[in-house]
Design a protein around this ligand. Sequence first.
Ligand SMILES: [Zn+2]
Length: 170
Amino acid sequence: MSSQRLLLLFTLVLALLLKIGVSNAQESHEHGHATLNVVADGDQFFIKLESPAVNLVGFEHEPESDDQQAAIDKSTARLLDYRSLINLPEKAHCQIVDKSANWILDPEHDNHAEFHASYRFKCNLTNLDSIGLKLFDYFPGIEEIDAQILFPDIQLAVELDAQNKSIQLR
Ligand SMILES: [Zn+2]
């Protein structure tokens, strides 16, 4: 198979996996858990985090007070402050390309909401041997993260928690 066809195949598998990941996340929104998808894309990679909102702010309904709105804003700001949450090895020379963080009320389920955050980095991917997460330090309500890693040469599914906060890639 030519490398171009391989790339196409990889992209198709990726699209499928991401789709499955998204629908699973909606079905299995489980308080205390969060999901993390890490996917390579050329010389970049992106991280997508989805967590039930209760893990970060303690509630999932529309904010009913200034304090609750402030809690949402504070968590959103923390999620955008990627340096405080994600540890990447210096030798990979990663640079942030794009980031986002949002509070999302679930339109289909009353009283469920999530935070979604995504980060895109440009790196020397061959030197990216680990991804450390400091989310547990700031959000003790996140007890476990189900992480899926999809790189052309590495496919991994790992469970992370406060005792095991780092994804080993190589
Ligand atoms: Zn919920």
